[in-house]
Every structure is written in C-alpha cells, then in structure tokens.
Design a protein around this ligand. Structure first.
Ligand SMILES: *[C@@H]1O[C@H](CO)[C@@H](O)[C@H](O)[C@H]1NC(C)=O
Ligand SMILES: *[C@@H]1O[C@H](CO)[C@@H](O)[C@H](O)[C@H]1NC(C)=O
Length: 244
C-alpha cells in the first residue's frame, strides 16, 4: 500500500520532468532499443498478400512473407526428411517508415529484381522477406535489424541450422550487388561476406530458442520500445520500492 501511494505521487513529478532531462534520456534509450531492430505497436499478424501477385508475369520467383506464426514451417517446408544437402533460403529483413525510416526501398527493389532474375534458375535459393513494421516481435526475437540479408541453410530437424547475415549500405545497394553476391556465395560456395550467427538469438540453435525464450523476449523488447520512458520509470519505481 505504502509504495502504491508514493508511486502515484510520483506521477505528476515524472510528467513534469518529461520535458527536459527526460527527453535526452528517452532519445538515448530509443536509439539503444532500435539497435535491436524493431518498434511497433502492431502485434497482430499481418500477412501481405505479396507472394501471389507475382504469378502474372513469367513467374518471378515467389517471395514468401515470414511471420511470427509461420516462419518456421515456411523455412522447413521445402526440406525433405532424408536430405543431406541444405535447402538454402535468402530472407530479406526489411521495414517501412517505422523500423527502417523509409530507407529500405532501395534494397527491396534490389531484392525483387534479383528474385525476377532467379526465376529461371531452378537451383537458386528459396526467397523470403520479413517486414519488421508488421513483425516487430519476430524481428526482436531474432535480434534482427532492418536492411539485411539472412541466409538459412535448412536441414531436416533436429539438425543444427547455419544462419548467416549481412547488412548493406542502404543508399548504394543495387540488384547487381545481390546478384554478384549470389554468384560468389553459391557458385563458389564462399560466404566470407556474411557473418555466421552464433549469438543467443540464433533462431534455431540459440540458447533463447532452446529454452523457448526468444519469443517472450521478443515481446519484452518490443514492449520496452513502445512504452514511454515515464512508464518505465514508474515500473522501476514500483519494483524498487516493493523490494524495500
Ligand atoms: C518487393 O516484393 C514484395 C513481395 O513480392 C512486395 O511486397 C514489395 O512491395 C516489393 N518492394 C518493392 C520496393 O517493390
Ligand atoms: C554508402 O554508400 C554511399 C554512396 O555510395 C556512400 O556515400 C556512403 O559513404 C556509404 N556509407 C557507408 C557507411 O559505407
């Protein structure tokens, strides 16, 4: 009871403080959080009807939209139970105004252009995209930032899965860059331009995924990001007072 009252008393104080030193703190905190990749109030699953529309022309290669609920089954879908060679996926982690500040258009165009080029090549990787504006929890649970390409080497479960990623210069990236990269990584089997993911946030083999914690942490990071800083301070104040 005692701490509830004092927390309530703290409210106007916090609101008043929100003007000056708090703004600074808030900006810093938001920068820090956005380095985790995403930040949007829309938790609902929004699956873009993207993939089907591309069938009209001479079948550009389908780009699957990955969501929090379908990403795993989608990535595993083409994997045969007895496979020894991995099925490769190229997944663009992108975003709109909220998570990529409108800077992801160029890489999307480059990726879509590459998808069209790959249509005639039966050996080309499967293609997917994650829109962090629509899928903030998924992006947070992978600790994925926008404007990057992820490669998944899918083997039948429960084999460990290699995942690589590469960020791009979003002002200069072109379709040709991606096609050169494809030639280098696939034909020459050389992934030196990519980084192998070994962190806790690895979507399949990470410690967080092993313990089923990646998605709850994705939600927590997302919540931290959408909560205003005074709400954070209020929670901290509640917690610290209740421990006294
Ligand atoms: C790229 O293709 C996807 C799906 O095929 C589509 O949703 C997206 O709007 C396209 N992006 C651009 C910039 O053309
Ligand atoms: C990205 O590319 C632009 C245009 O080529 C260049 O001016 C800029 O310095 C590059 N940024 C980085 C971080 O390399």
């Amino acid at each position: 009871m005692r701490f509830t009252n004092s927390a309530l008393l703290a409210l106007p104080l916090l609101a008043a403080a929100a003007e000056s030193p708090f703004e600074q703190y808030k900006a810093k905190f938001q920068n820090f959080i956005s380095s985790f990749g995403a930040a949007v109030p829309n938790v609902a699953e929004k699956v873009a009807p993207a993939a089907t529309s591309s069938k009209s022309k001479v079948a550009a290669k389908e780009i699957k939209s990955l969501t929090l609920s379908n990403w795993k089954e989608t990535l595993y879908a083409p994997v045969k139970p007895e496979a020894i060679q991995p099925e490769e996926w190229w997944v663009l982690v992108t975003g709109g105004a909220k998570t990529c500040f409108g800077h992801c258009t160029k890489i999307e165009v480059a990726f879509n252009e590459t998808a069209a080029k790959m249509a005639t090549n039966p050996k080309s990787p499967h293609l997917g995209r994650v829109d962090c504006d629509d899928q903030p929890v998924l992006c947070n649970s992978w600790s994925a930032s926008t404007g990057a390409l992820w490669i998944f080497e899918m083997l039948p479960s429960p084999a460990p899965i290699d995942v690589y990623w590469k960020p791009f210069n979003l002002t200069s990236v072109t379709g040709q860059d991606l096609q050169d990269l494809y030639a280098k990584t696939t034909k020459e089997g050389n992934k030196e331009d990519f980084r192998l993911i070994t962190s806790y946030f690895h979507p399949f083999n990470g410690v967080l995924a092993d313990y089923g914690a990646a998605v709850p942490i994705g939600y927590a990071l997302w919540a931290l990001n959408v909560l205003p800083s005074w709400a954070m301070m209020l929670i901290v104040s509640f917690l610290s007072r209740s421990m006294m």
